[in-house]
Design a protein. Structure first.
Length: 140
């Protein structure tokens, strides 16, 4: 799960997907990362942690990191939140096999950046949850 800062959207996506995978008895490795390095080493934004907690998901133990080339080798799919993330990650792809792994989490829609608007965290959670449910439905 990849976004810009790896403190708002992708930590939620990591937490939600891990939660749903467990619920569906799927032994998936789910992680998240950012394309920007401002918050590396920090925990998620408190607004994301609180929103996740409201829905019974604890993301407080996550630590922000940068996306790295080796993620293309470790993961089968790289889900990104918006089109800037998409172009940033595609720019790091080494070959078509990498490129083919990169998808928008919501298929053809974006998960908007809630960083500057507290009111967006709940709707963003809902979008991410719906997207993750759709992905699980399509893959199992
Ligand atoms: P995220 O949100 O990409 O959903 O984690 C952001 C977090 C931090 C910044 C931008 C977006 N920032 O500019 O620090």
């Amino acid at each position: 799960m990849v976004c810009l800062g790896n403190i708002c959207r992708s930590p939620l996506a990591e937490g939600v997907m891990q939660h749903l995978a467990k619920e569906n008895n799927l032994n998936w490795q789910v992680d998240s990362a950012g394309t920007g390095d401002w918050h590396v080493g920090q925990g998620p934004d408190r607004r994301s942690t609180n929103t996740a907690r409201k829905h019974g998901i604890d993301i407080s133990g996550q630590v922000c990191r940068l996306f790295r080339i080796s993620d293309f080798d470790v993961f089968d799919v790289i889900f990104v939140m918006d089109r800037n993330n998409l172009s940033d990650i595609l720019a790091m792809a080494r070959h078509e096999a990498d490129t083919g792994k990169v998808k928008l989490l919501l298929g053809d829609k974006i998960v908007p950046d809630p960083y500057f608007d507290d009111a967006q965290f709940e709707p963003v959670f809902k979008m991410i949850e719906e997207g993750c449910r759709e992905i699980i439905k399509s893959l199992i």
